[in-house]
Ligand binder design. Structure first.
Ligand code: T46
Length: 137
């Protein structure tokens, strides 16, 4: 059975009278990999669903640093989890073989993603049936 996991992270917030700050470092308790790539998704078309794929090896932490969006995940064992990312100190770690869909973006949503590898289309599984086959290998 393949490994894939999803963990919600409560990121450490440094707050004082001036406001809040979240600092993220690779290979830390919160980000358990070296960060090789950062990308962000914004200005999403209302009603759109993004993702609809899995990764073979990639590890990522997703943070909605503005607004909100929902991340729906299917694990290799068929279990499904849904997480609403609606605050900049809430993160979602997604590792390995996990089918993910991102939806219900608010108008002001900015979804920041820290990734363990450079962009590699060969790491994507974009066909759902292929994902289900990989899950039982
Ligand atoms: C993921 C979810 C959460 C690049 O050229 N470099 C990059 O680093 C990325 C991430 C994408 N692209 C190109 C590839 C496509 O032509 O940007 C275009 C949109 O990518 P995609 O359709 O894969 O975007 P999403 O929002 O469906 O998925 C993205 C990530 O690709 C994926 O790894 O887990 O966000």
């Amino acid at each position: 059975m393949n490994i894939g996991r999803v963990i919600e992270l409560q990121l450490q917030r440094h707050g004082d009278a001036r406001g809040s700050l979240v600092a993220l470092e690779g290979m830390s308790e919160q980000i358990p990999f070296e960060v090789k790539r950062v990308y962000y998704i914004y200005d999403t078309t209302p009603g759109t669903i993004r993702g609809k794929h899995a990764h073979k090896e990639l590890k990522q932490v997703l943070i909605c640093i503005s607004g909100a969006c929902t991340i729906e995940c299917e694990l290799p064992n068929g279990g499904k989890v849904s997480h609403r990312l609606d605050w900049p100190d809430k993160g979602l770690l997604i590792e390995g073989l996990v089918w993910r869909e991102m939806k219900d973006f608010s108008k002001d949503a900015v979804l920041l993603v820290l990734a363990s590898e450079h962009y590699d289309e060969a790491d994507y599984i974009r066909d759902y049936n292929q994902f289900k086959k990989e899950c039982v290998k």
